[in-house]
Design a protein around this ligand. Structure first.
Ligand SMILES: Cc1cc2nc3c(=O)[nH]c(=O)nc-3n(C[C@H](O)[C@H](O)[C@H](O)COP(=O)(O)OP(=O)(O)OC[C@H]3O[C@@H](n4cnc5c(N)ncnc54)[C@H](O)[C@@H]3O)c2cc1C
Length: 404
């Protein structure tokens, strides 16, 4: 079905960081243009605020129930788009037919005139990934279960990148609290991070990796570098195919990498690694009304020839450009090229402690943590009305500070 035969439709697949930004900006550009409608499709009716997932997965049961945890990391789409022309359609996207301009979902088929694909990186198949709110709640339940039933255990975090390092610090806090609550000795609950690279945060400057490593080491968190988890069983993992390690819980945080464009059922131009070839303006060469944004793209920076960081900031940056370019295409103006934004990271590492990294500044400890809280507020203000943004921010702070 075509949502409205009279109008041209811009369909945005995915209401994550990239898709939401693209939809909000397009709604702004086309606010008074009755010829266009904007439809955002997502399987969820909320955006997962990933940066809060580590905290969500490590909130203590006795203090915070699952409903409250959900409110901290699930931003309702209807609140974001309440006063805009964006129609939110909750459905699972089964396939994308570019040649015929159709999207097949589990409840209906949509037609599009312009398409933005912003469906994130796709899901990894692993025992306990941390990629969604459901994962966070499941991990939290599992950790409590282990501490209640056992006197000692080994919890392994697969991946010592951005996600693994932050999660290790938060998991440490949870173990301390749950052990205290259940009268267990926290020293008997070992945390091990397994990373394929030679240090934490491979790819970031050495001083940042060192700062993060020292902080986690001071908490007693063990790490194995240049090591791959080659097999995972019910109660063990194999390292580098040769070493067996007992493992009560394996949490997979790795795996953000360039992916094949999901669910497309026609031939499109790909490189040798099966990555979709995308123009400098973020649209497909053969289907120029189809734009790609966020982790789905797996972009390579034309200047550095390195993969562009798969972060929320970069996804937002791409969402903005895609919105501009769709609008420019409608107005028959030349498209703008994509330039990746500056590299900036804030890596929380347990408690009120975070490391801020920019090209010009590396800042550790409490000031880093304050900057992180500021970044959360800035993001909420960019998508929600001011009162709702402040409410969410205070609520998030109130819940997450209980972790510290
Ligand atoms: C645990 C975790 C923590 C992170 N922490 C940080 C951080 O602190 N800072 C930072 O900058 N980055 C962080 N990142 C990375 C950042 O979240 C991603 O780079 C960013 O979410 C990418 O945005 P996106 O819009 O491409 O995809 P997403 O935000 O993943 O959005 C994709 C959307 O598409 C929808 N979707 C996908 N497939 C389908 C389908 N078949 N049908 C319907 N809907 C579908 C999903 O429901 C989702 O809403 C983190 C990532 C993870 C997993």
């Amino acid at each position: 079905m075509k949502p409205n035969e009279e109008k041209q439709s811009i369909v945005i697949l995915g209401g994550g960081f990239a898709g939401m930004r693209a939809a909000l900006d397009l709604a702004h550009y086309l606010a008074s243009d009755e010829d266009f409608e904007i439809i955002l499709v997502d399987r969820k009716d909320y955006q997962t605020y990933y940066s809060g997932l580590y905290e969500a997965a490590t909130t203590e049961h006795a203090l915070i129930d699952a409903k409250k945890v959900k409110r901290t990391v699930a931003i309702p789409l209807d609140e974001v788009f309440a006063k805009t022309k964006v129609k939110v359609f909750k459905a699972y996207i089964d396939s994308i037919d570019l040649d015929n301009g159709k999207i097949v979902t589990d409840s209906r088929i949509l037609s599009f005139d312009y398409l933005v694909v912003a469906m994130g990186p796709g899901l990894e198949k692993f025992s306990f990934p941390l990629k969604s709110l459901e994962d966070a709640i499941m991990i939290r339940n599992r950790v409590e279960d282990i501490i209640t039933k056992k006197d000692s255990a080994t919890l392994v975090i697969g991946g010592g990148g951005f996600a693994g390092a932050e999660f290790a610090g938060e998991l440490y806090n949870l173990i301390q609290k749950e052990c205290h609550h259940h009268n267990k000795d926290a020293k008997n609950f070992k945390l091990l991070v397994v990373e394929g690279g030679t240090s934490y945060l491979p790819g970031l400057p050495e001083n940042v990796s060192r700062m993060v490593g020292l902080r986690l080491q001071s908490l007693g968190i063990e790490a194995r570098f240049s090591t791959l988890i080659t097999e995972a069983g019910k109660d063990y993992i194999m390292l580098n195919k040769t070493e067996r390690v007992d493992c009560d819980l394996l949490i997979w945080t790795g795996g953000v990498r360039a992916v094949k464009l999901p669910l497309i059922n026609c031939t499109i131009d790909c490189d040798k690694k099966d990555r979709v070839l995308i123009s400098d303006s973020l649209n497909l060469r053969k289907h120029e009304r189809v734009f790609i944004a966020g982790d789905t793209g797996g972009f390579i920076d034309p200047l550095t020839k390195k993969a562009v960081a798969q972060t929320a900031q970069e996804a937002i940056h791409q969402g903005k450009l895609v919105a501009k370019n769709v609008y420019r295409m409608i107005k028959a103006k030349p498209l703008l090229p994509y330039h990746p934004g500056p590299t900036r990271f804030i890596i929380p590492v347990s408690g009120k402690h975070a490391i801020l990294y920019t090209q010009y500044l590396v800042l550790g400890g409490f000031p880093g943590w304050v900057t992180r809280r500021g970044a959360d507020l800035r993001y909420f203000l960019s998508i929600l009305p001011i009162f709702k943004a402040l409410k969410l921010w205070f609520f998030e702070n109130n819940v997450f500070m209980k972790n510290d």
